[in-house]
Design a protein around this ligand. Structure first.
Ligand SMILES: C[S@@+](CC[C@H](N)C(=O)[O-])C[C@H]1O[C@@H](n2cnc3c(N)ncnc32)[C@H](O)[C@@H]1O
Length: 250
């Protein structure tokens, strides 16, 4: 199971799913950004957020940056962290996420001006305190970094495991990083079998709303909220996206 991600390409992933010229506020991006906006604007102020398996992308934490004091961003691959680092350091060859920031500004009912855009980007850069390697197959996925008030994991677990038992185990490893009153935030591919990065197919363990709800319930979570969107594109190896939030029982 481990090792397939040696064939992952950070640049390929960005190109496949986030290239600017192919992107025009499609329904999928809107669904995801709306989900993160609703989740992070309604949860109330929290101190520490951990993004697990964050990949080379940052759009998932733009909204969070208005609600938490610090963000730890983790991924299995140094190459992915490198892409995020480039954006944080404003390198010339960093990926341009401006369209996503513009949409977040609209969701925050702010006027989209150059100044507002820069200020939103700075807000996120200020909040990301650490980039760290993680392994959700490990019972201690990021080493010793303490507990978090929010743990978010997007399109990660189902892309790493191949059985329901491993899914439960890895999710258990992830939520072990949540502290008291912790909030779990997840997006997942629905009914996935694979996803593509360049000419490489990555296998996906198929999950649906009932499955993920049962998993988080079994781990002792409550106030489980789930929403989903269907994607009608036969060429994709999945039929939609699921967004989930759940609270940890203390
Ligand atoms: C489909 S990508 C999702 C990236 C990003 N979270 C997003 O929403 O686009 C799956 C991610 O899982 C990461 N990954 C692979 N194996 C992992 C492991 N054992 N532990 C944690 N993350 C892993 C990969 O490096 C990759 O960034």
């Amino acid at each position: 199971m481990k090792g397939i991600y040696t064939k992952f390409s950070a640049k390929g992933y960005l190109q496949e799913y986030f290239m600017e010229n192919e992107y025009d506020y499609d329904d999928e991006s809107k669904f995801l950004l709306q989900f993160f906006h609703d989740t992070y604007s309604m949860m109330g102020p929290r101190k520490r957020l951990l993004e697990v398996g964050g990949g080379p992308i940052i759009y998932s934490i733009i909204s969070a940056s208005s609600a938490v004091d610090e963000i730890f961003f983790s991924d299995y691959l140094e190459e992915n962290l490198g892409e995020v680092r480039k954006w944080l350091q404003k390198k010339d060859d960093a990926f341009n996420w401006d369209k996503y920031f513009e949409l977040v500004l609209r969701l925050e009912k702010k006027e989209v001006t150059l100044a507002a855009l820069e200020s939103c980007k700075e807000r996120l850069r200020r909040k990301v305190k650490k980039l760290v390697r993680c392994d959700i197959l490990n019972s201690n996925p990021i080493g010793d970094s303490g507990k978090f008030d929010v743990v978010a994991s997007n399109f990660c677990v189902e892309g790493v495991v191949s059985t329901a038992d491993d899914f439960r185990q890895s999710l258990g490893n992830i939520v072990s990083l949540l502290g008291k009153d912790g909030l779990l935030v997840m997006t997942l591919l629905k009914n996935g079998t694979s996803y593509k990065v360049r000419d490489q197919l990555f296998s996906v363990f198929p999950v649906n709303e009932a499955f993920i709800e049962a998993q988080v319930k079994a781990l002792g979570f409550f106030k489980i909220k789930i929403r989903s969107i269907d994607i009608e594109d036969k060429d994709r190896g999945y039929s939609g996206f699921i967004g989930l939030t759940a609270k940890k029982k203390n």
